[in-house]
Design a protein around this ligand. Structure first.
Ligand SMILES: Nc1ncnc2c1ncn2[C@@H]1O[C@H](COP(=O)(O)OP(=O)(O)OP(=O)(O)O)[C@@H](O)[C@H]1O
Length: 252
């Protein structure tokens, strides 16, 4: 495998007596769409929180783009190219999709832009913003206020806002949560289109989506990686099958 873009080494996170991340190691190759799955309470959210820097690990290391980021504060990580979609993304509902995305470009660029110039009239902001909206299929909705966008379109906009910062790695925390079948199918198509052009770490409960999209899957159980491999290898893995016993979704 090429040098990994992200490598988690011996990560441990305890909450009192409970070990939510238990000596976890796995890696994500550049350009790959890597899914992390696991039963409820397996430690997926805790893992994402440590990767984004919201939670500090008790021990172990997180290596990203050849740098040990274990001690780098969360607010600095997006500037290294590690973007998390959802939860930290705040959409301004009275602004259009384009204005929201242009603001994301501006926030990432920091002081190199003059704040008194409206974000939606500066091509240095709107060009990359439109490109991000195009990548998620929202180009035609660029001038629609966010408040008027449908639920699924909000999710697309959140991904556009993350893409606008040109991340090396996009952390996606349950992008299909709360979606109906139509919106889920659109999101699968969107992620499939992004696959290859950006490295994605996907946490998702929807097994059909995971097995349709992921190039590699890591399975967490009680904070440990019990398997990491291609969808076919994961489907055939006896320990994974035991962990998901009775879960017919793995029979896809
Ligand atoms: N802040 C916290 N304090 C105490 N225990 C916590 C905290 N956050 C998570 N936990 C516990 O850590 C374990 C892992 O939780 P986590 O939310 O990471 O799992 P998950 O795989 O994301 O679950 P789900 O699929 O239900 O979202 C659980 O037992 C949970 O109760």
């Amino acid at each position: 495998m090429a040098e990994p873009l992200l490598a988690v080494e011996g990560l441990v996170k305890r909450f009192g007596g409970l070990t939510a991340t238990d000596d976890l190691s796995f890696s994500v190759a550049p350009g790959e769409l890597h899914a992390v799955i696991g039963p409820n309470g397996a430690g997926k959210t805790t893992l994402i929180a440590q990767l984004s820097g919201e939670l500090r690990q008790d021990s172990g290391r997180i290596l990203f783009a050849d740098q040990d980021i274990s001690q780098v504060p969360g607010w600095k990580r997006p500037h290294l190219g590690l973007a998390r979609s959802f939860q930290i993304t705040s959409i301004f509902h009275d602004m259009t999709a384009l204005q929201n995305t242009a603001l994301a470009v501006q926030a990432h660029a920091g002081h190199s832009f003059r704040f008194w110039r409206p974000a939606d009239s500066d091509p240095a902001l709107t060009d990359p913003a439109m490109e991000a909206l195009r990548q998620v299929g929202l180009e035609a909705r660029a001038n629609v206020p966010a408040a008027a966008l449908a639920h699924g379109e909000h999710r697309q906009l959140e991904i556009a806002m993350a893409l606008a910062t040109q991340p090396k790695l996009l952390l996606l925390d349950e992008p299909m949560a709360g979606m109906g079948p139509e919106d889920s199918a659109r999101m699968v198509n969107l992620l499939r289109a992004l696959r290859g052009s950006i490295t994605i770490l996907l946490i998702e409960h929807d097994m059909d989506a995971v097995f349709a999209l992921a190039e590699r899957i890591t399975v967490l159980v009680y904070g440990r990686a019990i398997a990491s491999g291609t969808p076919d290898a994961i489907r055939a893995d006896a320990e994974v099958r035991r962990a998901y016993l009775g879960d017919e979704s793995l029979a896809v």
